[in-house]
Design a protein around this ligand. Structure first.
Ligand code: GDP
Length: 323
Protein backbone atom coordinates (compact mmCIF):
# COMPACT_ATOMS: atom_id res chain seq x y z
CA UNK A 1 0.00 0.00 0.00
CA UNK A 2 1.21 3.51 -0.78
CA UNK A 3 2.50 5.27 2.30
CA UNK A 4 1.25 8.77 2.96
CA UNK A 5 3.25 11.57 4.51
CA UNK A 6 2.22 15.04 5.59
CA UNK A 7 4.91 17.71 5.71
CA UNK A 8 4.50 21.10 7.35
CA UNK A 9 6.95 23.71 6.15
CA UNK A 10 6.85 22.14 2.70
CA UNK A 11 7.93 25.31 0.95
CA UNK A 12 11.09 25.72 3.01
CA UNK A 13 14.52 24.26 2.29
CA UNK A 14 14.08 21.04 4.29
CA UNK A 15 10.46 20.56 3.30
CA UNK A 16 11.31 20.63 -0.36
CA UNK A 17 14.19 18.14 -0.03
CA UNK A 18 12.12 15.85 2.17
CA UNK A 19 9.23 15.95 -0.31
CA UNK A 20 11.67 14.95 -3.05
CA UNK A 21 13.08 12.09 -0.98
CA UNK A 22 9.65 10.75 -0.01
CA UNK A 23 8.29 11.06 -3.54
CA UNK A 24 11.31 9.09 -4.80
CA UNK A 25 10.43 6.37 -2.29
CA UNK A 26 6.89 6.15 -3.66
CA UNK A 27 5.09 8.06 -0.92
CA UNK A 28 2.01 10.12 -1.55
CA UNK A 29 3.14 13.45 -0.12
CA UNK A 30 0.86 16.14 1.26
CA UNK A 31 2.26 19.53 2.06
CA UNK A 32 0.60 21.80 4.57
CA UNK A 33 0.75 25.32 3.26
CA UNK A 34 -0.59 28.54 4.70
CA UNK A 35 -2.80 30.49 2.38
CA UNK A 36 -1.02 33.64 1.24
CA UNK A 37 -1.80 36.06 -1.56
CA UNK A 38 1.58 35.44 -3.16
CA UNK A 39 2.79 32.00 -4.14
CA UNK A 40 5.73 30.51 -2.23
CA UNK A 41 5.91 27.23 -4.10
CA UNK A 42 9.06 27.83 -6.14
CA UNK A 43 11.21 25.31 -4.23
CA UNK A 44 8.73 22.50 -4.98
CA UNK A 45 7.32 23.49 -8.38
CA UNK A 46 9.43 20.80 -10.11
CA UNK A 47 7.70 18.04 -8.13
CA UNK A 48 4.33 18.67 -9.80
CA UNK A 49 1.62 16.15 -8.95
CA UNK A 50 3.88 14.08 -6.69
CA UNK A 51 3.02 16.53 -3.96
CA UNK A 52 -0.48 17.62 -3.08
CA UNK A 53 -0.87 20.96 -1.37
CA UNK A 54 -3.31 21.09 1.52
CA UNK A 55 -4.32 24.26 3.24
CA UNK A 56 -3.84 24.73 6.97
CA UNK A 57 -2.05 26.74 9.61
CA UNK A 58 -0.19 25.81 12.80
CA UNK A 59 -2.04 28.66 14.48
CA UNK A 60 -5.38 27.00 13.82
CA UNK A 61 -6.14 23.72 15.58
CA UNK A 62 -9.27 22.95 13.52
CA UNK A 63 -7.39 23.28 10.25
CA UNK A 64 -4.80 20.75 11.47
CA UNK A 65 -7.45 18.27 12.55
CA UNK A 66 -9.26 18.64 9.23
CA UNK A 67 -6.06 18.02 7.27
CA UNK A 68 -5.14 14.94 9.30
CA UNK A 69 -8.68 13.54 9.02
CA UNK A 70 -8.73 14.16 5.27
CA UNK A 71 -5.26 12.85 4.40
CA UNK A 72 -4.82 10.10 7.06
CA UNK A 73 -1.02 10.27 6.94
CA UNK A 74 1.23 7.44 8.12
CA UNK A 75 4.02 9.91 8.82
CA UNK A 76 3.93 13.57 9.78
CA UNK A 77 7.02 15.78 9.59
CA UNK A 78 6.80 19.13 11.33
CA UNK A 79 9.34 21.35 9.62
CA UNK A 80 7.34 24.57 9.87
CA UNK A 81 8.52 27.30 12.23
CA UNK A 82 9.40 30.93 12.48
CA UNK A 83 13.05 29.99 12.23
CA UNK A 84 15.00 33.21 11.78
CA UNK A 85 16.73 33.95 15.10
CA UNK A 86 17.00 37.77 14.78
CA UNK A 87 13.27 37.97 13.98
CA UNK A 88 12.50 35.93 17.09
CA UNK A 89 13.76 38.90 19.13
CA UNK A 90 11.52 41.40 17.37
CA UNK A 91 8.49 39.05 17.22
CA UNK A 92 8.90 36.74 20.23
CA UNK A 93 5.20 36.03 20.75
CA UNK A 94 4.55 35.15 17.13
CA UNK A 95 7.66 32.94 17.17
CA UNK A 96 6.23 31.10 20.19
CA UNK A 97 2.82 30.76 18.52
CA UNK A 98 4.29 28.98 15.49
CA UNK A 99 7.39 27.31 16.83
CA UNK A 100 6.14 26.26 20.28
CA UNK A 101 2.34 26.22 20.52
CA UNK A 102 2.01 25.13 16.90
CA UNK A 103 3.61 21.84 17.95
CA UNK A 104 1.14 21.43 20.82
CA UNK A 105 -1.71 21.89 18.38
CA UNK A 106 -0.20 19.39 15.99
CA UNK A 107 0.47 16.77 18.67
CA UNK A 108 -3.01 17.17 20.04
CA UNK A 109 -4.48 16.82 16.55
CA UNK A 110 -2.48 13.62 15.98
CA UNK A 111 -3.57 12.20 19.32
CA UNK A 112 -7.22 12.87 18.56
CA UNK A 113 -7.37 12.07 14.84
CA UNK A 114 -4.55 9.66 13.91
CA UNK A 115 -2.73 8.36 17.00
CA UNK A 116 -0.89 5.68 15.02
CA UNK A 117 0.76 8.28 12.73
CA UNK A 118 4.51 8.61 13.22
CA UNK A 119 5.64 12.13 14.06
CA UNK A 120 8.94 13.91 13.42
CA UNK A 121 9.58 17.20 15.20
CA UNK A 122 12.33 19.44 13.88
CA UNK A 123 14.27 20.34 17.01
CA UNK A 124 17.24 22.63 16.71
CA UNK A 125 20.75 22.99 18.14
CA UNK A 126 19.51 26.41 19.32
CA UNK A 127 17.94 24.56 22.28
CA UNK A 128 21.49 24.17 23.63
CA UNK A 129 22.17 27.91 23.41
CA UNK A 130 25.21 28.27 25.64
CA UNK A 131 25.92 24.59 26.33
CA UNK A 132 27.96 23.24 29.23
CA UNK A 133 29.73 20.74 27.06
CA UNK A 134 31.02 20.35 23.57
CA UNK A 135 30.28 18.37 21.50
CA UNK A 136 26.65 18.23 22.59
CA UNK A 137 24.86 14.91 22.91
CA UNK A 138 21.19 13.97 23.27
CA UNK A 139 21.72 14.28 27.04
CA UNK A 140 23.24 17.78 27.09
CA UNK A 141 21.17 20.28 29.11
CA UNK A 142 19.07 22.79 27.19
CA UNK A 143 20.05 26.42 27.83
CA UNK A 144 18.39 28.32 25.00
CA UNK A 145 19.52 31.91 24.59
CA UNK A 146 16.96 33.42 22.26
CA UNK A 147 13.17 33.26 21.85
CA UNK A 148 13.50 30.86 18.93
CA UNK A 149 15.59 28.42 21.01
CA UNK A 150 13.14 28.72 23.91
CA UNK A 151 10.21 27.93 21.61
CA UNK A 152 12.07 24.94 20.13
CA UNK A 153 12.89 23.64 23.61
CA UNK A 154 9.18 23.75 24.53
CA UNK A 155 8.29 21.89 21.32
CA UNK A 156 10.97 19.29 22.00
CA UNK A 157 9.70 18.50 25.49
CA UNK A 158 6.09 18.45 24.41
CA UNK A 159 6.97 15.89 21.75
CA UNK A 160 8.88 13.76 24.28
CA UNK A 161 5.97 14.05 26.73
CA UNK A 162 3.38 12.96 24.16
CA UNK A 163 5.62 9.99 23.41
CA UNK A 164 5.82 9.01 27.08
CA UNK A 165 2.31 9.89 28.18
CA UNK A 166 0.22 8.98 25.14
CA UNK A 167 2.63 6.47 23.59
CA UNK A 168 2.72 8.29 20.27
CA UNK A 169 5.51 7.35 17.90
CA UNK A 170 7.04 10.82 18.17
CA UNK A 171 10.69 11.76 17.64
CA UNK A 172 12.80 14.90 17.75
CA UNK A 173 15.73 15.40 15.42
CA UNK A 174 18.07 18.02 16.87
CA UNK A 175 19.47 19.48 13.70
CA UNK A 176 22.47 21.76 13.50
CA UNK A 177 22.79 24.29 10.71
CA UNK A 178 22.19 22.67 7.37
CA UNK A 179 22.55 24.31 4.02
CA UNK A 180 21.85 23.88 0.33
CA UNK A 181 21.33 25.95 -2.78
CA UNK A 182 17.76 26.42 -1.53
CA UNK A 183 18.89 28.21 1.63
CA UNK A 184 17.75 31.79 2.09
CA UNK A 185 20.26 34.56 1.38
CA UNK A 186 19.99 36.00 4.91
CA UNK A 187 22.05 33.08 6.24
CA UNK A 188 25.81 33.46 6.14
CA UNK A 189 26.56 30.37 4.05
CA UNK A 190 24.44 31.45 1.12
CA UNK A 191 25.46 35.07 1.53
CA UNK A 192 29.09 34.03 1.09
CA UNK A 193 28.62 31.61 -1.81
CA UNK A 194 26.34 33.94 -3.76
CA UNK A 195 28.56 36.98 -3.21
CA UNK A 196 31.69 35.04 -4.21
CA UNK A 197 29.86 34.06 -7.42
CA UNK A 198 28.77 37.67 -8.01
CA UNK A 199 32.31 38.98 -7.52
CA UNK A 200 33.64 36.34 -9.90
CA UNK A 201 31.16 37.51 -12.56
CA UNK A 202 31.91 41.20 -11.91
CA UNK A 203 28.44 41.80 -10.40
CA UNK A 204 29.71 42.75 -6.93
CA UNK A 205 32.90 44.28 -5.59
CA UNK A 206 33.00 43.35 -1.92
CA UNK A 207 31.62 41.13 0.79
CA UNK A 208 30.90 42.59 4.22
CA UNK A 209 30.59 40.11 7.05
CA UNK A 210 30.34 39.95 10.84
CA UNK A 211 32.36 37.65 13.05
CA UNK A 212 34.76 35.62 10.90
CA UNK A 213 35.79 33.48 13.86
CA UNK A 214 32.22 32.27 14.51
CA UNK A 215 32.01 28.51 14.08
CA UNK A 216 29.17 26.29 13.04
CA UNK A 217 28.50 22.63 12.42
CA UNK A 218 27.28 22.77 8.82
CA UNK A 219 25.64 19.82 7.12
CA UNK A 220 23.95 19.40 3.72
CA UNK A 221 20.13 19.56 3.91
CA UNK A 222 19.88 16.43 1.76
CA UNK A 223 21.78 14.48 4.40
CA UNK A 224 19.59 15.93 7.15
CA UNK A 225 16.26 14.93 5.56
CA UNK A 226 17.53 11.38 5.00
CA UNK A 227 18.11 11.19 8.76
CA UNK A 228 14.58 12.49 9.46
CA UNK A 229 13.05 9.78 7.33
CA UNK A 230 15.23 7.07 8.91
CA UNK A 231 14.11 8.13 12.38
CA UNK A 232 10.51 7.29 11.50
CA UNK A 233 11.37 3.81 10.15
CA UNK A 234 12.59 2.34 13.44
CA UNK A 235 10.95 -0.07 15.83
CA UNK A 236 10.91 2.49 18.63
CA UNK A 237 10.74 6.28 18.56
CA UNK A 238 13.70 8.21 19.95
CA UNK A 239 15.49 11.57 19.71
CA UNK A 240 18.71 12.03 17.78
CA UNK A 241 21.22 14.73 16.97
CA UNK A 242 21.56 15.31 13.23
CA UNK A 243 24.82 17.09 12.45
CA UNK A 244 28.03 16.83 10.51
CA UNK A 245 30.00 16.24 13.71
CA UNK A 246 32.65 18.83 12.75
CA UNK A 247 32.85 22.62 12.95
CA UNK A 248 34.20 25.16 10.51
CA UNK A 249 34.62 28.91 10.94
CA UNK A 250 33.06 31.61 8.77
CA UNK A 251 36.64 32.37 7.70
CA UNK A 252 37.19 28.82 6.44
CA UNK A 253 33.93 29.06 4.57
CA UNK A 254 35.03 32.31 2.92
CA UNK A 255 38.43 30.85 2.01
CA UNK A 256 36.87 27.76 0.49
CA UNK A 257 34.22 29.69 -1.48
CA UNK A 258 36.65 32.23 -2.95
CA UNK A 259 39.34 29.70 -3.76
CA UNK A 260 36.76 27.58 -5.61
CA UNK A 261 36.37 30.46 -8.09
CA UNK A 262 40.12 31.20 -8.19
CA UNK A 263 40.00 34.39 -6.06
CA UNK A 264 41.82 35.43 -2.92
CA UNK A 265 39.24 36.28 -0.22
CA UNK A 266 41.44 38.91 1.46
CA UNK A 267 41.01 41.16 -1.58
CA UNK A 268 37.23 41.36 -1.18
CA UNK A 269 36.11 40.62 2.37
CA UNK A 270 35.76 43.25 5.08
CA UNK A 271 34.38 43.03 8.59
CA UNK A 272 31.36 45.18 9.39
CA UNK A 273 30.09 45.46 12.99
CA UNK A 274 26.54 45.63 11.61
CA UNK A 275 26.65 41.86 11.12
CA UNK A 276 27.99 40.98 14.57
CA UNK A 277 25.66 39.02 16.86
CA UNK A 278 25.21 40.25 20.45
CA UNK A 279 25.03 36.68 21.82
CA UNK A 280 27.13 34.25 19.88
CA UNK A 281 26.65 30.62 20.90
CA UNK A 282 29.91 28.91 21.73
CA UNK A 283 31.09 25.69 20.18
CA UNK A 284 27.84 24.37 18.82
CA UNK A 285 28.95 21.00 17.59
CA UNK A 286 26.85 17.89 17.59
CA UNK A 287 28.00 14.43 18.55
CA UNK A 288 26.63 12.03 15.97
CA UNK A 289 27.63 8.88 17.84
CA UNK A 290 24.07 7.86 18.68
CA UNK A 291 22.61 8.26 15.20
CA UNK A 292 25.68 6.64 13.65
CA UNK A 293 25.53 3.64 15.95
CA UNK A 294 21.79 3.14 16.10
CA UNK A 295 20.58 4.23 12.66
CA UNK A 296 23.78 3.76 10.68
CA UNK A 297 23.51 7.34 9.43
CA UNK A 298 26.33 9.72 8.64
CA UNK A 299 26.67 12.62 6.21
CA UNK A 300 27.49 11.71 2.63
CA UNK A 301 28.59 15.21 1.62
CA UNK A 302 31.71 16.94 2.96
CA UNK A 303 32.00 20.62 3.94
CA UNK A 304 34.20 21.37 0.91
CA UNK A 305 31.75 19.65 -1.42
CA UNK A 306 28.87 21.65 0.05
CA UNK A 307 30.68 25.00 -0.37
CA UNK A 308 31.84 24.24 -3.89
CA UNK A 309 28.49 22.95 -5.08
CA UNK A 310 26.71 26.01 -3.70
CA UNK A 311 29.14 28.42 -5.37
CA UNK A 312 28.74 26.47 -8.59
CA UNK A 313 24.96 26.65 -8.29
CA UNK A 314 25.05 30.41 -7.63
CA UNK A 315 27.39 30.98 -10.59
CA UNK A 316 25.05 29.09 -12.90
CA UNK A 317 21.96 30.83 -11.60
CA UNK A 318 23.53 34.26 -12.07
CA UNK A 319 24.87 33.39 -15.52
CA UNK A 320 21.49 32.01 -16.65
CA UNK A 321 19.68 35.12 -15.42
CA UNK A 322 21.99 37.33 -17.50
CA UNK A 323 21.30 35.49 -20.75
P1 GDP B 1 22.45 30.74 12.37
O1 GDP B 1 22.91 31.79 13.30
O2 GDP B 1 23.08 29.43 12.67
O3 GDP B 1 20.96 30.67 12.27
O4 GDP B 1 22.96 31.04 10.90
P2 GDP B 1 23.64 32.28 10.17
O5 GDP B 1 24.02 31.76 8.85
O6 GDP B 1 22.72 33.47 10.16
O7 GDP B 1 24.93 32.65 11.02
C1 GDP B 1 25.98 31.76 11.20
C2 GDP B 1 27.16 32.44 11.89
O8 GDP B 1 27.80 33.33 10.97
C3 GDP B 1 26.81 33.30 13.11
O9 GDP B 1 27.70 32.93 14.12
C4 GDP B 1 27.06 34.73 12.66
O10 GDP B 1 27.56 35.56 13.73
C5 GDP B 1 28.15 34.53 11.64
N1 GDP B 1 28.20 35.61 10.66
C6 GDP B 1 29.31 36.32 10.34
N2 GDP B 1 29.02 37.24 9.40
C7 GDP B 1 27.69 37.12 9.12
C8 GDP B 1 26.82 37.80 8.23
O11 GDP B 1 27.22 38.71 7.50
N3 GDP B 1 25.51 37.38 8.19
C9 GDP B 1 25.05 36.35 8.99
N4 GDP B 1 23.76 35.96 8.89
N5 GDP B 1 25.88 35.70 9.87
C10 GDP B 1 27.17 36.08 9.93
Amino acid sequence: MTKKALITGLTGQDGSYLAELLASKGYQVYGLVRRTSTSSLERISHLGSQVEIVSGDLLDQCSLMDVINDTEPDEIYNLAAQSYVPLSWTQPALTAEYTALGVSRLLESIRRCKPDARFYQASSSEVFGQPDESPQTERTAFRPRNPYGVAKAYAHWMTANYRQHYHLYACCGITYTHESPRRGAEFVFRKITSTAAKIKLGLAKELRLGNLEAKRDWCYAKDAVRAMWLMLQQEKPDDYIIASGETHSVKELVECAFSSVGLSWQDYVSVDPEFYRPDEPVQLIGSIDKIKNQLDWQPEYSFAHLVESMVEYDLKKLTDSQV
